[in-house]
Ligand binder design. Structure first.
Ligand code: KIV
Ligand code: ZN
Length: 549
């Protein structure tokens, strides 16, 4: 069995006299408290892989499981312990002989091992779960620590539901287990009930009143039931905790445990306030978080602090403007600090002119001031219809899909009906800058076909479609369709382009661009009908030239 030396050779326990000042141990319990939560279970192979990731991340202690829970749990802890790790490998046990023996066996091959024994101390747990008196709980705690200490040099003791335990009883229990050989005293907020001020006051009192506390590391273990798991852990650290128990992505029982990545980045980003450090390589946080979410299939919320997709995205126009001037205006951490792929300036309906101009130039495109205003209006309309405007959307806007916005004709309405096994029908309403309007209805062998037919008919022009290509820009629910059209008119080939989240509308806008070009260059030719008409056009030429990719 290993000796009680602390992880990372040469480091003393943080509250030992020669400890590095302000060093906080990160005790990761993703594989134990995290893994036991619904939807978070992992195979043995996954546990091994995650243990390696945690080790490379720089956690000090990996709680690998609860060997008494099942043979598979025991085997997984043994496998993690047998693999080479820098971190100390810990196994959980109740204060019962069989649990402690199972835990000791499971971690016996670890280079550095720990047994973590626990018993509930709060009145509600004593009376309703354990049916034990205070004295019985105290005796069981002492006996458990002694047993564990006989099998392993490094023993942690937890008073389950400590934050709902009478403080004077906690003080008594902790003093007794330190005397019995526990070198880490953990104070779990098992049900996520405490507040930052309350836990800070408790830690201050424990440091003052627990006998022998100078020989042990005080540890905090907070659950997130009221959304304060991280805040409470940090408050405990400010009040003297030198070990923080936490999980990647905050997974754990019910609302989860304090999230490791949030704890670490708060300590790092607000070092001015905490003056505490960890051994975590923060640049590995993002990858570790994604590895876990991939393994258990539990997606990280988009707006999750530190590792969510939006953690470093800036959309509001005023924010984007500030960011472009100086990142520090809205970024308290750099995405590269946590290994985030890159800062994403998502263009959306809150984005302003500055962000759009910047994106156009980043894409190597340029537009003059007058055209930019039209483009900005189009961009705003697009951002209303889709949540995020991608680079490809901006490209499509700049590379031609703006012309129809200049008119003179604009698409006021388009209704399309499709009947499976039958024809499609399209009705549209066009408006002219000078107040005229045109309505047309046509059928076709598909919605794009019917729409093109209605537009050709409404134009009154002799237009022959040479080619129509429709492709998707981006992917997912917000993807746009882009239509690119080649039309033959009076021995001249014209091109039109349209983009919309609706491919039928994209095709209509492409055709409208052609019509508008003709009207602008040869107004006498453009004779869009001001009347209501309907027809049953079969444009065979359309069939030959329309392609949808
Ligand atoms: O939340 C809790 O009380 C625990 C203990 C077993 C440490 O997870
Ligand atoms: Zn817990």
């Amino acid at each position: 069995m290993s000796t009680a030396s602390f992880p990372h050779a040469g480091h003393a326990a943080p509250n030992e006299p020669d400890a590095a000042p302000g060093r906080v141990l990160i005790f990761d319990t993703t594989l134990r408290d995290g893994e036991q939560a619904p939807g978070c279970s992992m195979t043995r192979a996954q546990k091994l892989r995650l243990a390696r990731i945690l080790d490379e991340l720089g956690v000090d202690i990996i709680e690998a499981g609860f060997p008494a829970a099942s043979d598979e749990d025991a085997a997984a802890v043994s496998a993690v312990a047998a693999a080479a790790h820098r971190a100390r490998i810990c196994a959980l046990a109740r204060c019962q002989e069989s649990d402690i023996v199972a835990a000791a066996r499971a971690v016996e091959t670890a280079a550095q091992a720990r047994i973590h024994v626990f018993i509930a101390t709060s009145p509600i747990h004593r009376e309703h779960k354990l049916r034990m008196s205070r004295a019985q709980v105290l005796d069981a705690a002492i006996a458990g620590v002694r047993r564990a200490r006989a099998l392993c040099d490094d023993v942690e003791f937890s008073a389950e539901d400590a934050l709902r335990t009478e403080p004077e009883f906690l003080i008594e229990v902790f003093g007794a287990v330190i005397a019995a050989g526990a070198s880490t005293i953990n104070v779990p907020d098992t049900v996520g009930y405490t507040t930052p001020a309350e836990i800070a006051a408790l830690f201050a009192r424990l440091r003052r009143e627990v006998a022998g506390i100078g020989r042990a590391v005080l540890s905090t273990h907070c659950h997130d039931d009221l959304g304060m798991g991280v805040a409470n852990s940090l408050a405990a650290a400010e009040a003297g905790a030198r070990q923080i128990e936490c999980t990647l992505n905050g997974i754990g029982e019910r609302a989860g445990n304090a999230a490791l990545e949030e704890v670490v980045m708060a300590l790092r980003t607000r070092a001015d306030r905490f003056a505490l450090s960890t051994a975590i390589d923060s640049t590995r946080l993002y990858a570790a978080s994604r590895a876990l979410s991939g393994m258990i299939g539990l997606e990280v919320a988009r707006n999750k602090a530190i590792v969510g997709d939006n953690a470093f995205a800036h959309e509001a126009g005023i924010h984007q403007h500030g960011m472009l001037a100086n990142r520090a205006t809205y970024e308290i951490m750099h995405p590269e600090d946590v290994g985030f792929p890159h800062t994403r300036l998502v263009l959306g309906r809150h984005s302003g002119r500055h962000a759009l101009r910047e994106r156009i130039s980043t894409l190597g495109l340029s537009v003059d001031a007058q055209r930019f205003e039209l483009l900005f209006a189009e961009f705003k309309a697009l951002a209303e219809s889709k949540r995020e405007v991608l680079d490809a959307d901006v490209e499509a806007l700049v590379l031609g899909a703006t012309v129809h916005a200049r008119g003179p004709w604009t698409l006021a309405a388009l209704h399309v009906g499709t009947y499976v096994g039958g024809a499609s029908i399209a009705s549209l309403h066009l408006r002219h800058n000078d107040g005229r309007s045109a309505r047309e209805t046509a059928t076709g062998n598909g919605p794009v076909h019917a729409t093109m037919a209605a537009l050709v008919r409404a134009s009154g022009l002799d237009l022959e479609i040479v080619e129509l290509r429709v492709r998707s820009i981006g992917f997912g629910a917000g993807a746009q369709g882009e239509a690119v059209l080649r039309v033959q008119h009076a021995a001249q080939e014209l091109r039109g382009r349209g983009a919309s989240t609706d491919i039928v509308e994209a095709a209509a806008l492409a055709m409208l661009e052609v019509v508008n070009r003709i009207e602008r260059t040869h107004p006498q030719l453009a004779t869009l009908s001001p009347t209501h008409r309907s027809g049953n056009l079969t444009h065979d030429d359309l069939d030959q030239h329309v392609s949808v990719a």
